[in-house]
Write a protein that binds this ligand. Sequence first.
Ligand code: LLP
Length: 410
Amino acid sequence: MTRPNGLTDALLAACAERHGTPVWVYDAATIAARVGELRAFDRIRYAQKANGNLAVLALLLELGVEVDAVSAGEVARAMEAGHAPESIVYTADLFDDAALEVVRSLPVQVNLGSDFMLGQLARVRPGARATVRVNPGFGHGHARKTSTGGESSKHGVWHEDLPRMVAEARRLGVVLDGLHVHIGSGSDFDHLTRVCSAVRALARLFGPELRRVSAGGGLPIAYRVGEAEFDVERYCHAWLEAKRAIEADLGRPIELEVEPGRRLVAECGVLVARVRGVKLQGAQEYVLVDAGFNALLRPAMYGSWHEIEVLGARTDAPRAPRLVAGPLCESGDMWTQGPGGEIEPRDLPATKEGDLLVVHDAGAYGASMSSTYNGHPLAPEVLVQDGVARLVRRRQDIDELLAQERGLDR
Ligand code: LLP
Protein backbone atom coordinates (compact mmCIF):
# COMPACT_ATOMS: atom_id res chain seq x y z
CA MET A 1 0.00 0.00 0.00
CA THR A 2 2.98 2.28 -0.01
CA ARG A 3 3.92 3.75 -3.33
CA PRO A 4 7.11 2.27 -4.90
CA ASN A 5 10.16 4.50 -4.28
CA GLY A 6 10.81 4.77 -8.00
CA LEU A 7 7.43 6.47 -8.55
CA THR A 8 8.21 9.88 -7.09
CA ASP A 9 5.79 12.83 -6.97
CA ALA A 10 7.75 14.57 -9.71
CA LEU A 11 7.77 11.50 -11.96
CA LEU A 12 4.02 10.90 -11.60
CA ALA A 13 3.21 14.56 -12.21
CA ALA A 14 5.44 14.48 -15.31
CA CYS A 15 3.70 11.33 -16.61
CA ALA A 16 0.29 12.96 -16.16
CA GLU A 17 1.52 16.07 -17.96
CA ARG A 18 3.10 14.20 -20.83
CA HIS A 19 0.56 11.43 -21.43
CA GLY A 20 -2.60 12.93 -19.97
CA THR A 21 -4.85 11.34 -17.37
CA PRO A 22 -5.81 8.74 -16.44
CA VAL A 23 -2.46 6.99 -16.81
CA TRP A 24 -1.07 3.75 -15.35
CA VAL A 25 2.52 3.86 -14.08
CA TYR A 26 4.49 0.71 -13.15
CA ASP A 27 7.81 0.32 -11.38
CA ALA A 28 10.05 -2.46 -12.74
CA ALA A 29 12.20 -2.75 -9.57
CA THR A 30 9.14 -3.69 -7.49
CA ILE A 31 8.31 -6.52 -9.89
CA ALA A 32 11.91 -7.79 -9.71
CA ALA A 33 11.82 -7.70 -5.90
CA ARG A 34 8.58 -9.70 -5.77
CA VAL A 35 9.97 -12.29 -8.17
CA GLY A 36 13.06 -12.60 -5.96
CA GLU A 37 10.94 -13.67 -2.98
CA LEU A 38 9.73 -16.80 -4.76
CA ARG A 39 13.04 -18.17 -6.04
CA ALA A 40 12.73 -21.23 -3.75
CA PHE A 41 10.30 -22.70 -6.28
CA ASP A 42 11.81 -24.59 -9.23
CA ARG A 43 9.77 -22.41 -11.56
CA ILE A 44 7.81 -19.20 -11.26
CA ARG A 45 4.96 -18.94 -13.71
CA TYR A 46 3.27 -15.57 -14.03
CA ALA A 47 -0.52 -15.49 -14.43
CA GLN A 48 -0.54 -12.79 -17.09
CA LYS A 49 -4.26 -12.06 -16.69
CA ALA A 50 -3.12 -9.80 -13.83
CA ASN A 51 -1.25 -7.53 -16.24
CA GLY A 52 -0.49 -8.64 -19.77
CA ASN A 53 1.34 -5.56 -20.99
CA LEU A 54 4.05 -6.69 -23.42
CA ALA A 55 6.76 -4.73 -21.59
CA VAL A 56 5.78 -6.41 -18.31
CA LEU A 57 5.87 -9.83 -19.98
CA ALA A 58 9.28 -9.04 -21.50
CA LEU A 59 10.62 -7.89 -18.13
CA LEU A 60 9.45 -11.13 -16.52
CA LEU A 61 11.12 -13.13 -19.28
CA GLU A 62 14.39 -11.35 -18.47
CA LEU A 63 13.86 -12.27 -14.82
CA GLY A 64 13.53 -15.94 -15.77
CA VAL A 65 9.78 -16.13 -15.17
CA GLU A 66 7.56 -18.17 -17.50
CA VAL A 67 3.92 -17.37 -18.17
CA ASP A 68 0.47 -18.84 -18.02
CA ALA A 69 -2.10 -18.03 -20.70
CA VAL A 70 -5.86 -18.50 -20.53
CA SER A 71 -6.73 -17.79 -24.16
CA ALA A 72 -5.27 -17.72 -27.66
CA GLY A 73 -4.93 -13.96 -27.18
CA GLU A 74 -2.77 -14.41 -24.10
CA VAL A 75 -0.60 -17.00 -25.88
CA ALA A 76 -0.07 -14.45 -28.68
CA ARG A 77 0.80 -11.77 -26.13
CA ALA A 78 3.39 -13.96 -24.43
CA MET A 79 4.98 -14.90 -27.75
CA GLU A 80 5.02 -11.29 -28.94
CA ALA A 81 6.93 -10.44 -25.75
CA GLY A 82 9.51 -13.13 -26.58
CA HIS A 83 8.34 -16.16 -24.57
CA ALA A 84 8.92 -19.46 -26.42
CA PRO A 85 5.64 -21.29 -27.12
CA GLU A 86 6.90 -24.46 -25.40
CA SER A 87 7.44 -22.47 -22.18
CA ILE A 88 3.82 -21.21 -22.10
CA VAL A 89 1.07 -23.11 -20.27
CA TYR A 90 -2.50 -22.80 -21.53
CA THR A 91 -4.82 -23.19 -18.51
CA ALA A 92 -8.57 -23.11 -18.91
CA ASP A 93 -11.76 -25.05 -18.27
CA LEU A 94 -12.54 -25.25 -21.97
CA PHE A 95 -11.01 -24.88 -25.43
CA ASP A 96 -12.67 -22.40 -27.73
CA ASP A 97 -11.93 -22.59 -31.47
CA ALA A 98 -8.99 -20.19 -31.28
CA ALA A 99 -7.42 -22.08 -28.36
CA LEU A 100 -7.81 -25.44 -30.12
CA GLU A 101 -6.05 -23.99 -33.16
CA VAL A 102 -3.20 -22.76 -30.93
CA VAL A 103 -2.86 -26.19 -29.33
CA ARG A 104 -2.95 -27.87 -32.74
CA SER A 105 -0.35 -25.62 -34.34
CA LEU A 106 2.01 -24.59 -31.50
CA PRO A 107 3.91 -26.59 -28.86
CA VAL A 108 2.31 -24.79 -25.90
CA GLN A 109 1.78 -26.85 -22.75
CA VAL A 110 -1.79 -27.64 -21.73
CA ASN A 111 -3.30 -27.65 -18.24
CA LEU A 112 -6.76 -29.25 -18.35
CA GLY A 113 -9.45 -27.75 -16.12
CA SER A 114 -12.26 -30.09 -17.26
CA ASP A 115 -12.39 -33.82 -18.02
CA PHE A 116 -14.17 -33.27 -21.35
CA MET A 117 -11.06 -31.47 -22.65
CA LEU A 118 -9.12 -34.77 -22.76
CA GLY A 119 -10.80 -36.11 -25.88
CA GLN A 120 -10.67 -32.70 -27.57
CA LEU A 121 -6.95 -32.47 -26.84
CA ALA A 122 -6.32 -36.02 -28.10
CA ARG A 123 -8.04 -35.13 -31.39
CA VAL A 124 -5.86 -32.10 -32.17
CA ARG A 125 -2.66 -33.42 -30.61
CA PRO A 126 -2.51 -37.23 -30.59
CA GLY A 127 -0.17 -38.64 -27.92
CA ALA A 128 -0.24 -35.30 -26.04
CA ARG A 129 1.18 -34.63 -22.60
CA ALA A 130 -0.83 -32.47 -20.25
CA THR A 131 -1.30 -31.50 -16.63
CA VAL A 132 -4.59 -31.46 -14.72
CA ARG A 133 -6.02 -28.60 -12.73
CA VAL A 134 -7.81 -30.18 -9.82
CA ASN A 135 -10.57 -28.63 -7.73
CA PRO A 136 -9.64 -29.94 -4.27
CA GLY A 137 -13.16 -29.44 -2.88
CA PHE A 138 -12.39 -26.17 -1.11
CA GLY A 139 -11.55 -22.68 -2.25
CA HIS A 140 -10.82 -19.26 -0.87
CA GLY A 141 -10.28 -15.76 -2.23
CA HIS A 142 -10.47 -12.12 -1.12
CA ALA A 143 -14.10 -12.14 -2.31
CA ARG A 144 -16.63 -14.82 -3.10
CA LYS A 145 -16.17 -14.12 -6.79
CA THR A 146 -12.45 -14.93 -6.59
CA SER A 147 -12.71 -18.33 -4.89
CA THR A 148 -12.02 -21.07 -7.42
CA GLY A 149 -12.56 -24.25 -5.43
CA GLY A 150 -15.47 -26.18 -3.99
CA GLU A 151 -18.80 -27.08 -5.56
CA SER A 152 -19.74 -23.46 -6.22
CA SER A 153 -16.82 -23.00 -8.60
CA LYS A 154 -16.74 -24.08 -12.25
CA HIS A 155 -12.96 -24.42 -12.14
CA GLY A 156 -10.89 -27.55 -12.28
CA VAL A 157 -11.53 -31.29 -12.30
CA TRP A 158 -13.41 -32.41 -9.20
CA HIS A 159 -10.90 -34.17 -6.93
CA GLU A 160 -12.93 -37.37 -6.66
CA ASP A 161 -12.96 -37.66 -10.46
CA LEU A 162 -9.19 -37.63 -10.79
CA PRO A 163 -8.60 -41.43 -10.85
CA ARG A 164 -11.29 -41.81 -13.52
CA MET A 165 -9.68 -39.06 -15.60
CA VAL A 166 -6.24 -40.63 -15.28
CA ALA A 167 -7.67 -43.94 -16.57
CA GLU A 168 -9.49 -42.17 -19.40
CA ALA A 169 -6.29 -40.38 -20.41
CA ARG A 170 -4.48 -43.74 -20.71
CA ARG A 171 -7.25 -45.02 -22.92
CA LEU A 172 -6.93 -41.95 -25.17
CA GLY A 173 -3.12 -42.06 -25.26
CA VAL A 174 -2.71 -38.76 -23.38
CA VAL A 175 0.08 -38.68 -20.78
CA LEU A 176 -0.96 -36.77 -17.65
CA ASP A 177 2.27 -35.79 -15.94
CA GLY A 178 1.36 -32.89 -13.70
CA LEU A 179 -1.00 -31.73 -11.00
CA HIS A 180 -2.14 -28.13 -10.54
CA VAL A 181 -4.29 -26.63 -7.80
CA HIS A 182 -5.38 -22.98 -7.64
CA ILE A 183 -7.99 -22.35 -4.95
CA GLY A 184 -8.61 -18.66 -5.51
CA SER A 185 -7.20 -15.19 -5.79
CA GLY A 186 -6.16 -13.05 -2.85
CA SER A 187 -6.38 -15.97 -0.45
CA ASP A 188 -4.52 -16.23 2.88
CA PHE A 189 -1.71 -18.22 4.44
CA ASP A 190 -3.90 -20.87 6.09
CA HIS A 191 -5.94 -21.69 3.00
CA LEU A 192 -2.94 -21.58 0.68
CA THR A 193 -0.95 -23.96 2.83
CA ARG A 194 -3.96 -26.27 3.19
CA VAL A 195 -3.36 -26.88 -0.51
CA CYS A 196 0.00 -28.52 0.35
CA SER A 197 -1.62 -31.48 2.09
CA ALA A 198 -4.42 -31.67 -0.48
CA VAL A 199 -1.84 -31.91 -3.27
CA ARG A 200 0.08 -34.59 -1.41
CA ALA A 201 -3.08 -36.71 -1.13
CA LEU A 202 -3.93 -36.09 -4.80
CA ALA A 203 -0.41 -37.04 -5.88
CA ARG A 204 -1.03 -40.52 -4.48
CA LEU A 205 -4.15 -40.83 -6.69
CA PHE A 206 -2.24 -39.74 -9.75
CA GLY A 207 -0.57 -42.11 -12.18
CA PRO A 208 3.08 -43.12 -12.17
CA GLU A 209 3.77 -40.35 -14.70
CA LEU A 210 3.51 -37.50 -12.17
CA ARG A 211 6.51 -35.23 -12.67
CA ARG A 212 5.24 -31.72 -11.91
CA VAL A 213 3.20 -30.00 -9.27
CA SER A 214 1.90 -26.44 -9.44
CA ALA A 215 0.87 -24.67 -6.25
CA GLY A 216 -1.23 -22.24 -8.31
CA GLY A 217 -1.37 -18.56 -7.44
CA GLY A 218 -3.59 -16.64 -5.05
CA LEU A 219 -0.86 -15.06 -2.92
CA PRO A 220 -2.27 -11.88 -1.39
CA ILE A 221 -0.83 -8.43 -0.84
CA ALA A 222 -1.74 -5.95 1.90
CA TYR A 223 -3.93 -3.30 0.26
CA ARG A 224 -4.63 -1.37 3.47
CA VAL A 225 -2.24 0.46 5.72
CA GLY A 226 -1.72 -1.64 8.86
CA GLU A 227 -2.93 -4.87 7.23
CA ALA A 228 -0.71 -7.87 8.09
CA GLU A 229 1.84 -8.70 5.41
CA PHE A 230 1.69 -12.18 3.87
CA ASP A 231 4.57 -14.31 5.15
CA VAL A 232 6.01 -15.32 1.82
CA GLU A 233 9.05 -17.02 3.34
CA ARG A 234 6.91 -19.32 5.46
CA TYR A 235 4.76 -20.02 2.39
CA CYS A 236 7.83 -21.09 0.38
CA HIS A 237 9.00 -23.20 3.30
CA ALA A 238 5.63 -24.99 3.57
CA TRP A 239 5.76 -25.84 -0.12
CA LEU A 240 9.34 -27.08 -0.02
CA GLU A 241 8.32 -29.42 2.80
CA ALA A 242 5.33 -30.62 0.78
CA LYS A 243 7.60 -31.21 -2.19
CA ARG A 244 9.95 -33.35 -0.09
CA ALA A 245 7.02 -35.34 1.28
CA ILE A 246 5.59 -35.98 -2.20
CA GLU A 247 9.03 -36.99 -3.49
CA ALA A 248 9.38 -39.41 -0.57
CA ASP A 249 5.93 -40.86 -1.31
CA LEU A 250 6.72 -41.30 -5.01
CA GLY A 251 10.37 -42.25 -4.63
CA ARG A 252 11.48 -39.77 -7.31
CA PRO A 253 12.00 -36.03 -7.83
CA ILE A 254 9.22 -33.70 -8.94
CA GLU A 255 9.30 -30.13 -10.20
CA LEU A 256 7.45 -27.55 -8.13
CA GLU A 257 6.08 -24.36 -9.61
CA VAL A 258 4.08 -21.41 -8.35
CA GLU A 259 1.70 -19.31 -10.45
CA PRO A 260 1.11 -15.87 -8.97
CA GLY A 261 -0.40 -12.91 -10.76
CA ARG A 262 -1.30 -10.28 -8.17
CA ARG A 263 1.72 -10.86 -5.91
CA LEU A 264 4.20 -10.02 -8.70
CA VAL A 265 2.58 -6.91 -10.12
CA ALA A 266 -0.07 -5.37 -7.84
CA GLU A 267 2.24 -3.19 -5.77
CA CYS A 268 4.35 -2.02 -8.72
CA GLY A 269 1.54 0.03 -10.21
CA VAL A 270 -0.51 3.14 -9.61
CA LEU A 271 -3.29 4.80 -11.53
CA VAL A 272 -3.02 8.58 -11.75
CA ALA A 273 -6.29 10.46 -12.28
CA ARG A 274 -7.10 14.16 -12.29
CA VAL A 275 -9.70 15.88 -10.15
CA ARG A 276 -12.19 17.62 -12.46
CA GLY A 277 -14.27 19.17 -9.71
CA VAL A 278 -15.71 18.82 -6.23
CA LYS A 279 -19.40 19.00 -5.32
CA LEU A 280 -21.75 18.48 -2.42
CA GLN A 281 -24.82 16.22 -2.43
CA GLY A 282 -26.42 17.31 0.80
CA ALA A 283 -23.79 16.63 3.41
CA GLN A 284 -21.63 14.33 1.24
CA GLU A 285 -18.63 15.71 -0.58
CA TYR A 286 -17.88 14.11 -3.93
CA VAL A 287 -14.47 14.40 -5.58
CA LEU A 288 -15.00 13.68 -9.27
CA VAL A 289 -11.99 12.35 -11.18
CA ASP A 290 -11.44 11.38 -14.80
CA ALA A 291 -11.07 7.62 -14.17
CA GLY A 292 -13.75 5.21 -13.08
CA PHE A 293 -14.49 1.53 -13.29
CA ASN A 294 -13.80 1.69 -17.01
CA ALA A 295 -10.16 1.93 -15.84
CA LEU A 296 -10.02 0.07 -12.48
CA LEU A 297 -12.98 -2.25 -12.03
CA ARG A 298 -12.02 -3.76 -8.66
CA PRO A 299 -13.86 -1.37 -6.29
CA ALA A 300 -17.09 -1.66 -8.29
CA MET A 301 -16.77 -5.42 -8.85
CA TYR A 302 -15.63 -6.59 -5.41
CA GLY A 303 -15.77 -3.52 -3.17
CA SER A 304 -11.97 -3.71 -3.16
CA TRP A 305 -10.01 -1.17 -1.19
CA HIS A 306 -7.25 0.81 -2.90
CA GLU A 307 -5.29 3.44 -1.02
CA ILE A 308 -5.97 6.88 -2.54
CA GLU A 309 -3.45 9.65 -2.19
CA VAL A 310 -3.68 13.30 -3.18
CA LEU A 311 -0.40 13.96 -4.97
CA GLY A 312 1.68 16.55 -3.19
CA ALA A 313 -0.69 16.93 -0.21
CA ARG A 314 1.15 17.65 3.04
CA THR A 315 1.14 14.69 5.43
CA ASP A 316 -0.30 16.93 8.15
CA ALA A 317 -3.06 18.36 5.92
CA PRO A 318 -6.48 18.14 7.68
CA ARG A 319 -8.58 15.22 6.49
CA ALA A 320 -12.35 14.80 6.29
CA PRO A 321 -14.67 12.05 5.01
CA ARG A 322 -14.97 12.35 1.24
CA LEU A 323 -16.31 10.21 -1.58
CA VAL A 324 -14.30 9.73 -4.77
CA ALA A 325 -16.17 8.92 -7.98
CA GLY A 326 -15.41 8.60 -11.68
CA PRO A 327 -16.90 9.91 -14.94
CA LEU A 328 -19.28 7.06 -15.80
CA CYS A 329 -23.06 7.24 -15.94
CA GLU A 330 -23.43 4.65 -13.19
CA SER A 331 -23.96 5.23 -9.49
CA GLY A 332 -21.62 2.31 -8.87
CA ASP A 333 -18.77 4.26 -10.48
CA MET A 334 -17.32 5.02 -7.09
CA TRP A 335 -13.82 4.47 -5.73
CA THR A 336 -14.94 4.56 -2.12
CA GLN A 337 -17.47 1.73 -1.72
CA GLY A 338 -17.91 -1.51 0.17
CA PRO A 339 -18.55 -5.00 -1.24
CA GLY A 340 -22.32 -4.44 -1.40
CA GLY A 341 -21.95 -1.12 -3.22
CA GLU A 342 -22.60 0.90 -0.05
CA ILE A 343 -20.77 4.24 0.00
CA GLU A 344 -17.73 4.40 2.25
CA PRO A 345 -16.50 7.97 2.73
CA ARG A 346 -12.73 8.06 3.13
CA ASP A 347 -10.67 10.49 5.20
CA LEU A 348 -8.86 12.52 2.57
CA PRO A 349 -7.33 15.99 2.37
CA ALA A 350 -9.29 18.68 0.54
CA THR A 351 -8.79 18.72 -3.23
CA LYS A 352 -9.51 21.14 -6.03
CA GLU A 353 -9.85 21.01 -9.79
CA GLY A 354 -6.56 20.00 -11.40
CA ASP A 355 -5.14 18.02 -8.45
CA LEU A 356 -3.85 14.54 -9.15
CA LEU A 357 -5.07 11.48 -7.25
CA VAL A 358 -2.85 8.42 -7.07
CA VAL A 359 -4.59 5.07 -6.65
CA HIS A 360 -2.20 2.53 -5.13
CA ASP A 361 -1.63 -1.18 -5.77
CA ALA A 362 -3.26 -0.95 -9.17
CA GLY A 363 -0.71 -2.99 -11.15
CA ALA A 364 -2.72 -6.24 -10.96
CA TYR A 365 -6.20 -6.61 -12.47
CA GLY A 366 -6.16 -2.90 -13.31
CA ALA A 367 -5.42 -2.18 -16.97
CA SER A 368 -6.09 -5.83 -17.83
CA MET A 369 -9.73 -5.52 -16.71
CA SER A 370 -10.34 -2.07 -18.21
CA SER A 371 -13.12 -1.47 -20.68
CA THR A 372 -14.20 1.26 -23.06
CA TYR A 373 -17.59 1.60 -21.35
CA ASN A 374 -19.27 4.95 -21.93
CA GLY A 375 -16.95 5.57 -24.88
CA HIS A 376 -13.78 6.13 -22.87
CA PRO A 377 -10.63 4.99 -24.68
CA LEU A 378 -8.22 2.68 -22.81
CA ALA A 379 -5.63 4.62 -20.80
CA PRO A 380 -1.89 4.62 -21.52
CA GLU A 381 0.65 2.61 -19.51
CA VAL A 382 4.16 3.70 -18.49
CA LEU A 383 6.94 1.45 -17.18
CA VAL A 384 9.66 3.02 -15.05
CA GLN A 385 13.00 1.23 -15.09
CA ASP A 386 16.34 2.59 -13.87
CA GLY A 387 14.81 6.05 -13.53
CA VAL A 388 13.53 6.11 -17.11
CA ALA A 389 9.78 6.35 -17.72
CA ARG A 390 8.88 4.57 -20.95
CA LEU A 391 5.45 4.66 -22.59
CA VAL A 392 4.56 0.98 -23.06
CA ARG A 393 1.01 1.41 -24.27
CA ARG A 394 -0.28 4.55 -25.90
CA ARG A 395 -3.72 5.93 -25.19
CA GLN A 396 -6.34 4.42 -27.44
CA ASP A 397 -7.96 7.03 -29.66
CA ILE A 398 -11.65 7.47 -30.34
CA ASP A 399 -11.16 6.53 -33.99
CA GLU A 400 -9.91 3.11 -32.87
CA LEU A 401 -13.07 2.67 -30.84
CA LEU A 402 -15.14 3.12 -33.98
CA ALA A 403 -12.94 1.27 -36.47
CA GLN A 404 -14.43 -2.21 -36.01
CA GLU A 405 -17.91 -0.96 -36.86
CA ARG A 406 -17.01 1.11 -39.91
CA GLY A 407 -17.41 -0.08 -43.48
CA LEU A 408 -19.88 -2.83 -42.60
CA ASP A 409 -23.48 -3.34 -43.71
CA ARG A 410 -25.90 -1.23 -41.77
N1 LLP B 1 -3.75 -19.35 -11.76
C1 LLP B 1 -5.02 -19.49 -12.16
C2 LLP B 1 -5.45 -20.75 -12.77
C3 LLP B 1 -5.92 -18.43 -11.98
O1 LLP B 1 -7.19 -18.57 -12.36
C4 LLP B 1 -5.47 -17.22 -11.40
C5 LLP B 1 -6.37 -16.08 -11.23
C6 LLP B 1 -4.12 -17.13 -11.02
C7 LLP B 1 -3.29 -18.21 -11.20
C8 LLP B 1 -3.54 -15.89 -10.41
O2 LLP B 1 -4.13 -15.55 -9.22
P1 LLP B 1 -3.43 -14.42 -8.31
O3 LLP B 1 -2.07 -14.94 -7.94
O4 LLP B 1 -3.36 -13.20 -9.13
O5 LLP B 1 -4.33 -14.28 -7.15
N2 LLP B 1 -9.95 -10.03 -10.96
C9 LLP B 1 -9.70 -10.50 -9.61
C10 LLP B 1 -8.75 -11.67 -9.60
C11 LLP B 1 -9.19 -12.84 -10.47
C12 LLP B 1 -8.16 -13.91 -10.59
C13 LLP B 1 -8.49 -14.94 -11.60
N3 LLP B 1 -7.58 -16.02 -11.67
C14 LLP B 1 -9.20 -9.32 -8.75
O6 LLP B 1 -9.10 -8.22 -9.26
O7 LLP B 1 -8.96 -9.49 -7.56
